[in-house]
Ligand binder design. Structure first.
Ligand code: FE2
Length: 297
């Protein structure tokens, strides 16, 4: 009998978990992947892997080896987590879908990285708008083996908590919500231009470390080779005030020199947060809706 599978467009397990109001998937699910799911992984992995060799940061490639990722089969989360445990103590956590910012940042604070376990269909191998295991595990997973990188992730989680606490005492609800949204927007933009779309200088060459780029063959070539992309040295005040369109190839990227230097930037971000410099950053993407503040304030 053909298995139902865990396809992005059709995954009965996910529907059931969501209907029960659960965000995290506790039960074992690996056997639910069907042949099409495994085939989709194999095909997209075989496209991504040679591009990683050309364009990915050496730290990412080291992470791919450490996590034993191969084209043979969709990785089993428990195996991946065993490898992560011995490198950074980070843990990938299977989720049933989108997490509100407060919950997402809280996961980072607790040294876990939420990942979607469904996989794109064979008819949509190159690009889908929503995250799947290719984006979350193949794109983001390997960097979670780097100690400085994961310290940055954790720090972002703590900053989100600090911003929520900092604004609790503001009595006017409109002012409180506006400032909190501004802080979340700043953190989300920082995350976008680093963890999702970050590039870095390595031995004089630009390479990629952001999971949004590393999970898309087209975006990988575009990010490094295209004349349509403006690439600038990382500037914190610009990054946190720069909107973006997630539905398009990214036209502006910022490069860093090392994760150590990026960690220094997060420390500045922390200082700015406490000085109120994140309370009135520019409007625009990502637009934080009122309902997305649930569980955050
Ligand atoms: Fe992502």
């Amino acid at each position: 009998m053909k298995k139902n599978g865990l396809t992005t467009t059709k995954a009965p397990l996910i529907e059931r978990v969501r209907e029960a109001g659960e965000l995290f998937i506790q039960e074992s699910y690996y056997d639910l992947y069907n042949e099409d799911n495994q085939e989709a992984w194999k095909k997209i992995y075989c496209k991504l892997s040679p591009l990683w060799e050309k364009y990915a940061s050496s730290k990412f490639l080291k992470g791919v080896k450490l996590l034993n990722l191969t084209s043979d089969k969709i990785p089993n989360l428990s195996d991946v987590n065993k490898s992560l445990e011995s490198s950074t103590g980070f843990k990938l956590k299977a989720v049933s879908g989108y997490l509100l910012p407060g919950i997402f940042f809280d996961c980072l604070k607790k040294r876990s990285f939420p990942i979607t376990i469904t996989i794109r269909g064979l008819d949509k191998l190159e690009y889908i708008s929503e995250p799947d295991i290719v984006h979350d595990l193949a794109g983001h997973g390997p960097m979670n083996t780097d100690p400085v990188f994961t310290d940055i992730l954790t720090k972002i989680g703590f900053l989100a908590e600090a911003s929520a606490k900092r604004h609790l005492s503001i009595s006017d609800p409109n002012e409180r919500i506006s400032k909190i949204k501004s802080n979340i927007r700043a953190l989300a933009r920082f995350f976008w231009f680093t963890m999702e779309f970050g590039i870095m200088k390595e031995n004089g060459n630009l390479v990629v470390y952001g999971g949004g780029i590393l999970s898309s063959p087209g975006e990988m070539i575009h990010s490094i080779k295209s004349d349509e992309v403006s690439r600038f040295p990382f500037q914190l005040e610009w990054v946190i005030n720069q909107g973006f369109n997630p539905a398009k190839m990214q036209p502006i990227l910022f490069f860093i020199d090392s994760f150590e230097s990026l960690y220094e930037q997060v420390k500045i971000l922390e200082q700015w947060l406490h000085e109120g410099k994140l309370d009135n950053i520019s409007e625009g993407e990502p637009v934080i809706k009122d309902e997305e503040l649930k569980g955050y304030i």
